[in-house]
Design a protein around this ligand. Structure first.
Ligand code: BG6
Length: 498
């Protein structure tokens, strides 16, 4: 039942949404605010209802005021208009239940009775190890029908085997066509724009290969540290938490071949081919092409912050990485010989996510020899903050005295100032809307998750064999010095126009 068309116009779709983990951090911080924004923009259709599910005993009034509180905290005051708020809160319902035993599920089935004509979306904002129990209990209790969809959050497992077990458990109840695996990076405005940029502009379409691109750089830097999530994070580390999903998804969108159309499977088939072509790490690459880091105490924005091992609840023996930099590649005709440099870390100087496409230099250079280093185009795709795309081009420096001096400057498309009226929606708004439409192209298919794990597992196993301590970097720096050396050994540097 797809409501998608090429112009992106959609008929809004009525659904019933059952949200497991409705009092959790993600629901309060992201999901309710996103649902509210959709309602405010007229995108939550007529009778759409929202059922909160959590362990805590609360009556509907208590739940409603918790959601209202969350909206006051996470939605800008000028966007919280009364009428929309009243309409939104009236959609809510709440049931307290123990997710792992089937008894309480009758409450969900009863709630559904009033909404059988619309599809139910089940959103699992809970630990992945109970996804299977929840799906099974929903089925046994008779809460589902053949329209019901399920949305699941990352991380799906901590390696290939555990992710396969979780996917099997979900798959025993829902067919793949009704499973929506979230990677919230796919809902970000600029990430979506990558598809438009690459496949709607012949200028880029023709240049997008190893003949014209020398290397690709992706930085996803975060300022935050572990944020009270030590238990989860220490068992995962930055490779599993960020690279396995978000960064590899970005690599896929940059590197994939043009899909035959915009259908979910056409796009996902191409992404899987990229994951299969990722260069595996061999032992001799470890010291040279991969750097693991862990932050020590430092300062960010003038504030002293503790090191990773001093965070609340920390295990002081931990070798878990809070930073990874790596040089990898996509081994196919389009990308042969083009390095992909990736880096991501916590407690960096600022929150910054960007992709830089470095084009090759002109085959023959005729300008000032001192300016030779300038002479290449770069496409800068900024995910956050200040979403936008800039193409660095060279022009003549103006003025009679400048001769043929070159100047580097951006052709700039800053989404905020170029389209000032349009609020840039949060990733979750777009993703929730796509689930309601029954449109899967922004969600991750099972084989994508598994190929991504396979590639990461290989690296994790190699690390485990060596059991080396990660390199230290002070909080507020751009990572271990070795991550700079990793790229300078190739005669390049991380893009530094921040
Ligand atoms: C999540 C990770 O998936 O992404 C977090 O688990 C991380 O550790 C977050 O902080 C980053 O998301 P964003 O949208 O702030 O870049």
């Amino acid at each position: 039942m797809s409501h998608h068309n090429r112009t992106g116009q959609v008929a809004s779709t009525e659904i019933d949404l059952a949200l497991f983990g409705a009092l959790g951090d993600l629901a309060q911080r992201k999901l309710f605010p996103a649902l509210f924004q959709l309602d405010r923009e007229g995108l939550l259709a007529g009778q759409t209802r929202l059922l909160g599910l959590a362990r805590q005993e609360l009556d509907l009034d208590g739940f409603t005021s918790r959601v209202e509180q969350a909206l006051h905290t996470h939605v800008k005051a000028e966007e919280l208009d009364r009428e929309a708020l009243t309409r939104f809160l009236a959609r809510l319902d709440y049931r307290c239940l123990d997710f792992t035993t089937v008894d309480g599920y009758a409450g969900i089935r009863d709630w559904r009775e009033a909404g059988r004509e619309r599809p139910m979306v089940v959103y699992l904002s809970v630990a992945a190890k109970i996804y299977g129990d929840i799906c099974r209990n929903l089925e046994i209790s008779g809460s589902l029908d053949d329209q019901s969809r399920v949305v699941v959050e990352k991380p799906i497992g901590h390696d290939l085997a555990s992710s396969a077990a979780i996917n099997d458990a979900i798959g025993a109840v829902f067919p793949e066509s009704r499973i929506y695996r979230i990677d919230h990076y796919l809902g970000k405005e600029t990430v979506q724009n990558l598809i438009a940029l690459r496949f709607a502009n012949p200028l880029f379409g023709t240049q997008w290969n190893q003949n014209h691109i020398s290397h690709v750089e992706i930085t996803v830097a975060e300022q935050v540290g572990i944020e009270g999530r030590w238990g989860y994070f220490d068992a995962a580390g930055q490779l599993r938490d960020m690279v396995q999903n978000h960064l590899l998804q970005l690599v896929c969108l940059i590197a994939m071949d043009p899909p035959a159309n915009l259908d979910a499977d056409a796009i996902r088939d191409e992404k899987v081919k990229v994951l299969k072509a990722l260069r595996p790490f061999t032992d001799d690459m470890l010291g040279r092409d991969v750097v693991r880091g862990q932050y020590i105490a430092g300062t960010i924005g003038g504030q002293a912050v503790p090191g990773y091992l001093e965070e609340e609840g920390a295990n002081i023996e931990s070798h878990t990485e809070s930073f990874v930099a790596m040089k990898t590649g996509v081994e196919n005709w389009r990308w042969a010989g083009v390095p992909f440099y990736l880096r991501t870390g916590k407690r960096m100087p600022e929150k910054l996510s960007q992709i830089i496409i470095h084009f090759r230099q002109q085959p023959h250079y005729i300008f000032d020899p001192d300016q030779r280093g300038l002479a290449a185009n770069k496409l800068v795709i900024r995910l956050q903050p200040e979403e936008g795309i800039a193409l660095e081009v060279l022009t003549k420096d103006s003025g009679l005295d400048k001769g043929m001096r070159l100047r580097r400057g951006p052709l700039h498309l800053d989404f905020n100032s170029a389209f000032p009226k349009s609020r840039i929606p949060d990733a979750y708004e777009r993703l929730l809307l796509e689930v309601m439409k029954g449109q899967q192209y922004l969600f991750v298919r099972r084989d994508e998750v598994e190929h991504a794990w396979q590639w990461c597992d290989n690296l994790i196993a190699a690390w485990a064999d060596r059991d080396e301590a990660p390199r230290r970097y002070p909080a507020g720096s751009w990572g271990p010095v070795a991550s700079i050396a990793m790229i300078t050994q190739d005669g390049r540097s991380w893009y530094e126009d921040y």
